[in-house]
Design a protein around this ligand. Structure first.
Ligand code: ZN
Length: 369
């Protein structure tokens, strides 16, 4: 689920009174955090995680977004040049000359009066001086074309997403961690690091379990399509906060960060699939347009594959997992565990296949654009 801490407090209070009739805004990053005690052992084991991630990435870079030169294998290390202010064409030539790829990110809130590769680069990620692996893609933020052009030029993605990287985050974990973290880089506002999520009203299966099952199914399908997949977790007994999950996607320079959740509501009749994406705020501007596009495609193909009620896509500015992400991100709410029919479906291998199949189709379409 995905709700704000405030929303949860309201729901919890109302539920305790047995008086609420309206549907909740969903559970979420902020939900249920206070119910579970903090597990010190699990928290300690988190310290080991960055090493595992480094191993999966095949390098020894630090988990920060701009690792120091000394920490990267010199054989493959490339220092990112400064291309901000240059035209797309110049930036591409410069980056390709040193062995780096390019991903254009169109900022639809800004419109350029020029078309195509003559537009200039507004921002780059990673920044100048960062040391990255050969072949890494540098994200270049540019203004949208005057015609509101929908074209996002890519120089590396294959026809069907082959060669792209997707980070899958199965939502929640077996024990929430109610200690707080900032909701975005430099934020004074905080939220619980991560919560336990909701539980199936009929099956009693917890959200973190369903999310992991669907995520592993999705992983298999994406890998079969040639996509490089990195999981934020493959077991339930972990302690990884929402910001840490986003940092994993940043570190992997993912083409898409896919967060898999199930929803919850105080209205037991509420059902269907919804996809969330980052709304515009001080952190998300560079990723809003591409995230929204991914959300649109994934939502459409999941509804088509499952026949579930279409609850549409929703922009969210309050989710730590979005605010810390520097790569396009979506959060799929696969159905309501508080609806007994959908609860049973969500635990059914056949329905999980349909969900993963739909998600894969949408993601592949997105990666191919
Ligand atoms: Zn959730």
């Amino acid at each position: 689920m995905t709700v704000t801490a405030v929303g949860l407090a309201a729901i919890t209070t109302a539920a305790a009174l047995g008086a609420i009739k309206t549907s909740g805004t969903g559970g979420g990053e902020g939900d249920r955090g206070g119910i579970f005690g903090r597990n010190q052992a699990a928290r300690a084991s988190l310290q080991l995680l960055p090493d595992r991630i480094r191993t999966e990435l095949g390098d020894s870079s630090d988990s920060s977004e701009a690792p120091a030169a000394a920490e990267v294998d010199v054989q493959e290390a490339i220092e990112v040049p400064d291309v901000v202010g240059k035209s797309i064409a110049e930036a591409k030539a410069l980056l390709e000359a040193v062995g780096l790829g390019v991903e254009l990110i169109e900022d639809r809130n800004r419109e350029s009066d020029i078309q195509g590769d003559d537009r200039s680069v507004i921002a780059q990620n990673p920044e100048e001086g960062a040391v990255v692996r050969a072949g890494a893609k540098i994200g270049l933020t540019v203004a949208a074309e005057p015609d509101g052009g929908r074209t996002v030029t890519r120089t590396r993605a294959g026809d069907a997403g082959s060669g792209s990287t997707v980070v899958i985050d199965p939502g929640h974990q077996s024990r929430g961690d109610p200690t707080h973290e900032p909701i975005g880089p430099g934020a004074t506002e905080t939220k619980p690091r991560v919560t336990g999520g909701t539980t199936g009203v009929s099956t009693r299966v917890p959200e973190y379990e369903v999310a992991l099952q669907i995520s592993m199914n999705l992983k298999t399908r994406l890998e079969a399509a040639g996509v490089n997949v990195i999981m934020t977790r493959t077991t339930n007994d972990v302690n990884i906060s929402n910001s840490e999950r986003a940092l994993m996607a940043n570190e992997a320079r993912a083409d898409l960060f896919v967060r898999v959740h199930a929803d919850g509501s105080t209205d037991s009749t509420r059902c269907g699939i919804a996809t969330l994406y980052p709304g515009e705020n001080r952190w998300t501007t560079p990723i809003v347009a591409r995230s929204k596009r991914a959300a649109t495609l994934v939502q459409e193909s999941m509804v088509a594959a499952t026949g579930a009620t279409d609850l549409g896509i929703t922009a969210r500015t309050d989710l730590s997992g979005f605010n810390w992400s520097k790569v396009p991100a979506i959060l799929v709410e696969c159905g309501f565990l508080t609806n007994s029919v959908e609860d049973k479906l969500l635990s059914s291998p056949h329905y999980q296949d349909k969900l993963a199949e739909g998600m894969t189709a949408g993601i592949i379409r997105y990666l191919g654009e």
